[in-house]
Write a protein that binds this ligand. Sequence first.
Ligand code: FAD
Length: 288
Amino acid sequence: MKISDILNKNKVSFSLEIFPPKRGMELTGAKNIIKELASLDPSFISVTYGSTGENSDNTIEMAKEVQLVNNITALAHMTCVSSDRKKVASVLDSLEDSGIHNILALRGDIPEGMDFPRQDGYRYASDLMKEIKDRGTFCIGGACYPEGHPDSKTLEDDIENIKIKINNGCEFLTTQMFFDNNILYTYMYKLLRSGIDVPIVAGIMPILNSRMANKMCELNATAFPQSFRMIVEKYANDDESLKQAGIAYATHQIVDLIANGFNNIHLYTMNRPDVARSIYNNISSLLK
Ligand code: FAD
């Protein structure tokens, strides 16, 4: 099923994510995680793409596992940073051959010192989207940033670039994580005012320990509201309590989103089916 059809239904969508094992590593663990995630009957499961592109085969394998073995729609991620045109063509061929027709097309984070864009490669996610769109068989999604992408001078510049994604075939957008729903609501208003009306999927990241919290702030320049900062500070040295509080906080964010009519929720599962299940149990009636 195309993700655009799932998102356009007038009901709540709840999707999950898996990152595949590194190249050459055993796949059994990841397959077990997929099985556990699939038992929650998510709307789709996305499969991330390693930043080096070396494990693209595993992305394809895991997407097949999601869709062909567990019967859940798969969304395969792809990045420009790690692939030249030849590599992109071969990944697209493999996905098409496997019946995987949903792709989240991304630029990827540029490793320090990398000569980017690659020779015979793509510079922006929107360039990759155009290539994928020309095939005519894929539903394409992209990333968006309620607090602005770190490379953009202003949020408005970033939103202008999203319009290019949509002109090049992007049919839905998944947000970077955020911890203050008001930031998303303001962003939605700005998108709509700019004429962007594709479905937006809210990316929710449950924070499970203080190392994770610090990393998220550093990497994504994500604002923690005061209430959440207090939780992270209080349980900085108590992982078990922070995990429980993080699950409760993510649940609260989702309940607030759904109550405000925001229908598409994506959980950054971080390969933790136990956490996905806890959150699912907290909101299962809301998903019906
Ligand atoms: P782009 O859309 O290309 O944007 C990058 C920057 O360039 C932005 O500042 C944008 O405003 C600007 N820009 C875009 N188009 C133009 C243009 N035409 N002219 C001028 N400026 C422009 N990374 C991985 O390695 N693997 C993954 O699986 C992965 N999954 C992700 C899933 C989600 C939902 C999100 C939010 C991020 C994910 N990432 C992943 C991280 C992502 O690759 C990085 O955030 C990366 O820095 C930007 O990717 P993008 O697709 O948003 O890039």
